[in-house]
Design a protein around this ligand. Sequence first.
Ligand SMILES: *[C@@H]1O[C@H](CO)[C@@H](O)[C@H](O)[C@H]1NC(C)=O
Ligand SMILES: *[C@@H]1O[C@H](CO)[C@@H](O)[C@H](O)[C@H]1NC(C)=O
Ligand SMILES: *[C@@H]1O[C@H](CO)[C@@H](O)[C@H](O)[C@H]1NC(C)=O
Ligand SMILES: *[C@@H]1O[C@H](CO)[C@@H](O)[C@H](O)[C@H]1NC(C)=O
Ligand SMILES: *[C@@H]1O[C@H](CO)[C@@H](O)[C@H](O)[C@H]1NC(C)=O
Ligand SMILES: *[C@@H]1O[C@H](CO)[C@@H](O)[C@H](O)[C@H]1NC(C)=O
Ligand SMILES: *[C@@H]1O[C@H](CO)[C@@H](O)[C@H](O)[C@H]1NC(C)=O
Ligand SMILES: *[C@@H]1O[C@H](CO)[C@@H](O)[C@H](O)[C@H]1NC(C)=O
Ligand SMILES: *[C@@H]1O[C@H](CO)[C@@H](O)[C@H](O)[C@H]1NC(C)=O
Length: 621
Amino acid sequence: MGLRFILSAILVYCATMWSPASTEPVDDKRALLDFLDSVNHSRKLNWDNTTSACSSWTGITCSRDSSSVIAVRLPGVGLKGVIPSNTLSRLSHLQILSLRSNGLTGSFPADLLQLPDLIGLHLQSNGFEGPLPSDLSLWKNLTVLNLSENDFNGSIPSSFVNLTHLTLLNLANNSLSGDVPDINLPSLQFLDLSNNNLTGVLPRSLSRFPSSSFSGNNLSTPVQTPSPFPSPLPLPPMRHSSKFSETAVLGIIIGSCVLAFVSIALLLIVTNRKGDEDGEILTTVKKEKPVKKMTPDGNSKLVFFEGSNLAFDLEDLLRASAEVLGKGTFGTTYKAALEDATIIAVKRLKEVVVGRKEFEQQMEIAGSIKHENVATLRAYYYSKDEKLMVYDYYNQGSASSLLHARRGGNRVPLDWETRLRIATGAARGIACIHTQNSGKLVHGNVKASNIFLNPKHFGSVSDLGLATVMSPVAAPATRSAGYRAPEVTDTRKASQASDVYSFGVVLLELLTGKSPVAGEEAVHLVRWVHSVVREEWTGEVFDVELLRYPNIEEEMVAMLQIGMACVARVAAQRPKIEDVVRLLEDIRGRSSTQSAGTRSPASTPAPTPPLTQIGSPSNRD
Ligand SMILES: *[C@@H]1O[C@H](CO)[C@@H](O)[C@H](O)[C@H]1NC(C)=O
Ligand SMILES: *[C@@H]1O[C@H](CO)[C@@H](O)[C@H](O)[C@H]1NC(C)=O
Ligand SMILES: *[C@@H]1O[C@H](CO)[C@@H](O)[C@H](O)[C@H]1NC(C)=O
Ligand SMILES: *[C@@H]1O[C@H](CO)[C@@H](O)[C@H](O)[C@H]1NC(C)=O
Ligand SMILES: *[C@@H]1O[C@H](CO)[C@@H](O)[C@H](O)[C@H]1NC(C)=O
Ligand SMILES: *[C@@H]1O[C@H](CO)[C@@H](O)[C@H](O)[C@H]1NC(C)=O
Ligand SMILES: *[C@@H]1O[C@H](CO)[C@@H](O)[C@H](O)[C@H]1NC(C)=O
Ligand SMILES: *[C@@H]1O[C@H](CO)[C@@H](O)[C@H](O)[C@H]1NC(C)=O
Ligand SMILES: *[C@@H]1O[C@H](CO)[C@@H](O)[C@H](O)[C@H]1NC(C)=O
């Protein structure tokens, strides 16, 4: 009965977390419709004043509380003619405007200069003409300005020096003339003024940019000075040797490395050349000005989930500097910093075997889960050759790296309190997952490197549901083998009971500090724990790092019992995950009533309960 209560409580909780915010930015909606009404567009957009702009309109992103539109991305939708004035400029909190690769004409849309929150403006590959605006004083936060491939003429206004947050300025392929002003902004990381009609001497301060930034002009360069910027470091190869565990790899953070993302960009270019059935994102690599095949409603696009407050498009993503966070069973995860300082984790999947429809269904299920113990899937991308998933980034790393990184070195020990929270949080997350899809959803790849610390320092599980869309991996072949239940012969056969088994291995990992995937010492964690416990050396099981914390032995033993119940050889004998949640929550409940919440070193440790009842020999591994 208590169980049913917990289960329904989880359900209700999940359900309330799902329900979309009911508010709508009414004025912003009106402004958008006014815009669409008075601009010619060859593609029909699903902007309908009876539907929610925040959750269903193509190209629209709202603020977290749905009170305003913060991003409008309409690349390559065939917009033609002049941007009607007093429409987009009414989106008073707009941060990102991307109208690239359309057929927009006329002079620079001056009323956009009234948008004080604008961070990114992407108007490249249109037919705008005339001078650039000179009063940019309201654009205090502008970070990215891409006006390339238009017909702007006149000179580059010196007022650009007032854009103190500008990191990227691309004015290439216009008809700008005159001198280059000294726009040596400290924040500026990327500058492209190539293929204009600029003359005079290049300001010395700008010689830190490569000469390609200025090619195709008639500029004389000042006396050569060596570039202060070192050439980019090659991406260190991921170690495949068995010496190197996945967890150790995860612990390594490779210094800022753009190469990884450049390679994705290259891949997309290749994709473009090959397939060309794909839509919007190809605008980033299309060379010709008139945009032909753009289908924002169609094939390939970055799909955002409801309530996502991330303001970026794939172009931002590709431009973002990225570090490899880890290589997992199903692909490589990168940490990417967007230009508005948002940090996200991007997982690049390999070997997706299902078609678009099935993939999208799986993503929709994963993306619909809003639970503090399930890593939020923000967006995904599917094209023939590239599948990406965008997650929130957890800055404390995975449970695996927290447990195993720099063992023997100068590591920060992982305290018992945190381990208990990792376990409890992850169990709650898996319990929520198991209630989804009419109670049939399976995580399929529970392991310490897929569990992260949420802002409250509880475990949060990531990567759910991937096992069913990826090509099956034979059991012994992967690094996850140590987590796999004995009945699971390939990754697609995972079940809720096998999730419980894998979670049991995570519990044993948290207790022992030993990794079930560590290459060299290749412990079969379950077998090892069984052998130690059988010999009644229970004390030997626990991680030496935990010995420094007083009065936790009883709690550790309780967790050990739960872990061993989870790794029962026979699937039917394993507890359900919601029982596991309750048992884990009881650990602290029980001991805090006994010790009245205080853990004074003076109190005598509770006697170790016998472990003999944990499992009959038949369900030992
Ligand atoms: C939608 O727009 C049409 C035309 O602009 C208008 O007549 C109608 O009242 C609007 N409906 C809602 C629900 O706002
Ligand atoms: C929109 O397209 C129609 C037909 O092509 C044309 O007559 C009209 O002038 C265009 N309007 C604008 C604002 O470009
Ligand atoms: C600019 O960014 C800051 C910090 O992100 C924010 O507080 C502010 O509202 C933004 N807008 C303006 C006009 O400064
Ligand atoms: C800006 O626009 C040009 C032209 O479409 C494109 O090549 C470039 O990648 C865009 N982004 C940046 C960061 O310059
Ligand atoms: C810019 O181009 C317009 C026509 O598009 C022309 O009338 C104007 O004189 C040009 N200005 C400069 C400075 O070349
Ligand atoms: C920069 O801004 C200040 C004040 O906002 C203004 O006085 C100054 O003229 C601007 N500089 C340029 C080059 O436009
Ligand atoms: C400018 O045009 C040239 C030649 O068409 C092209 O190679 C280059 O990529 C373009 N640059 C940008 C930033 O659009
Ligand atoms: C570049 O400038 C020169 C002299 O000002 C002018 O004759 C020429 O037409 C310009 N070229 C372009 C492409 O604007
Ligand atoms: C480049 O500029 C120099 C003087 O600054 C001028 O003599 C020369 O004719 C220009 N070349 C072209 C191709 O415009």
